[in-house]
Write a protein that binds this ligand. Structure first.
Ligand SMILES: [Cu+2]
Length: 312
C-alpha cells in the first residue's frame, strides 16, 4: 500500500516535470533561443524531440532537422528534360554547409523517388566552394517526387536524411505499388530477396545476384560496399537506414552472390526496397515490395476462404 502510494506520487511528479519541460520547449521554440545552439545534435534544440513524443522520427520526413535545412533553388522541374538541379544544405547559422563528413565515400547522396515509389534514382551531386550542390537530372514523368539528401554536416550530431518535394508538371498517372516478389529482374540479372522486415526490430536481409541462372561472384565495389540498399515506406516515404554487413577488402565479405544488410522497419506496412549493385562496370537497381508485420494480401487466411464463390 505504502509503496504503491509512493510510486504513484513519484509518477505524478515525473508527469509534472515532463509537462514543465514541454511548456518550456514550446515557449523557447518560436523565439529561437540563440544562446543554446547545438553541439550535440539534439542538445540545444529541444523542440524536435518533444514534438516527436520522445521517439526519433524515421529519416526523410523533414525538410529541416537539428538546424540543418535542405533548400532547392527550384521545386519545379520540367518532365523529360535534362535539368541542372541545384540546392544547398544550410546550417544553424543560415549559411550553406561546406564541410561534411563523408558517408560511403561521398559527402552527399541524393535519392529521388516519385511519391508512388516509382522513378527511383540515386545520384551524387557535386558541390562548389560556396556550398551549392548541382546534378544533371532527368525526371521522365509528371508527378510529385521526394528528394532525399543523406548527409553528415560537420558539427551535426549525427547523419541526417533531409527530404523535400519537387513537382514535375503534366498529366500524372499514378502507379499502384507492385505486388511483393521474391525475385526481381533487372537488365538480365535476377536478384533474390531472403529475410523479412519486422516492425520495430532489426532483421537481416540477403540479396543474391545471379545472371542466366548462375550466381554472380564478381560484384564490383560500389560506394565502399557490394551493394547499397535504400528502403522507403509506402505512402509517406519515410527513409529507412540500412547498413551493409561487411565491406569489400575486410577479408571476410565476398563479392557476391549474396549481399547482406541490417534493416529496421519503423512500423508495419509496405516498403519498397531499391538495391544498387555494380557488375561489368555498370550500376543497376533491383526493386522489391515487402511488407513488415501483417501478411501481404497475396496470402489469405483459411478463415477468409468462405468469401470465395468456389467453395459452395
Ligand atoms: Cu549515394
Amino acid at each position: 500500500m505504502n509503496t504503491a502510494t509512493k510510486l504513484g506520487g513519484y509518477g505524478a511528479g515525473l508527469a509534472a516535470l515532463f509537462a514543465v519541460a514541454l511548456g518550456a520547449g514550446s515557449l523557447a521554440g518560436p523565439v529561437g533561443a540563440a544562446p543554446e545552439r547545438d553541439d550535440h545534435g539534439h542538445g540545444g534544440h529541444t523542440a524536435p524531440a518533444a514534438q516527436a513524443g520522445g521517439e526519433a522520427l524515421p529519416g526523410g520526413l523533414q525538410v529541416s532537422q537539428d538546424g540543418y535545412t535542405l533548400t532547392p533553388e527550384t521545386t519545379t522541374v520540367p518532365a523529360g528534360k535534362k535539368t541542372d538541379f541545384r540546392f544547398t544544405v544550410t546550417g544553424p547559422d543560415g549559411k550553406p554547409v561546406t564541410r561534411y563528413t563523408a558517408l560511403h565515400g561521398k559527402e552527399l547522396h541524393l535519392i529521388v523517388a516519385r511519391r508512388d515509389l516509382s522513378g527511383f534514382q540515386h545520384v551524387h551531386p557535386v558541390r562548389d566552394a560556396k556550398g551549392v550542390w548541382s546534378v544533371p537530372l532527368t525526371l521522365p514523368d509528371a508527378g510529385t517526387y521526394r528528394f532525399f539528401t543523406d548527409v553528415h554536416p560537420q558539427g551535426a550530431g549525427e547523419q541526417l536524411t533531409l527530404g523535400t518535394d519537387v513537382n514535375v508538371p503534366g498529366h500524372f498517372t499514378p502507379r499502384d505499388l507492385p505486388a511483393p516478389v521474391q525475385v526481381a529482374e533487372v537488365d538480365g540479372y535476377e536478384v533474390r530477396l531472403d529475410g523479412t522486415l519486422k516492425p520495430g526490430q532489426g532483421t537481416e536481409l540477403t540479396l543474391t545476384v545471379s545472371r542466366d541462372g548462375r550466381p554472380v561472384t564478381d560484384l564490383e565495389p560500389y560506394l565502399e560496399a557490394y551493394g547499397h540498399l535504400v528502403a522507403l515506406r509506402d505512402r509517406d516515404l519515410a527513409y529507412l537506414h540500412v547498413h551493409p554487413d561487411g565491406a569489400p577488402g575486410d577479408g571476410e565479405t565476398r563479392p557476391g552472390p549474396g549481399i547482406t544488410f541490417h534493416a529496421e522497419a519503423p512500423s508495419t506496412g509496405a516498403y519498397r526496397l531499391y538495391l544498387d549493385f555494380k557488375h561489368a562496370g555498370r550500376v543497376r537497381t533491383a526493386e522489391f515490395t515487402v511488407h513488415a508485420g501483417q501478411a501481404p494480401p497475396t496470402a489469405p487466411t483459411p478463415a477468409e476462404s468462405g468469401h470465395g464463390d468456389h467453395r459452395h
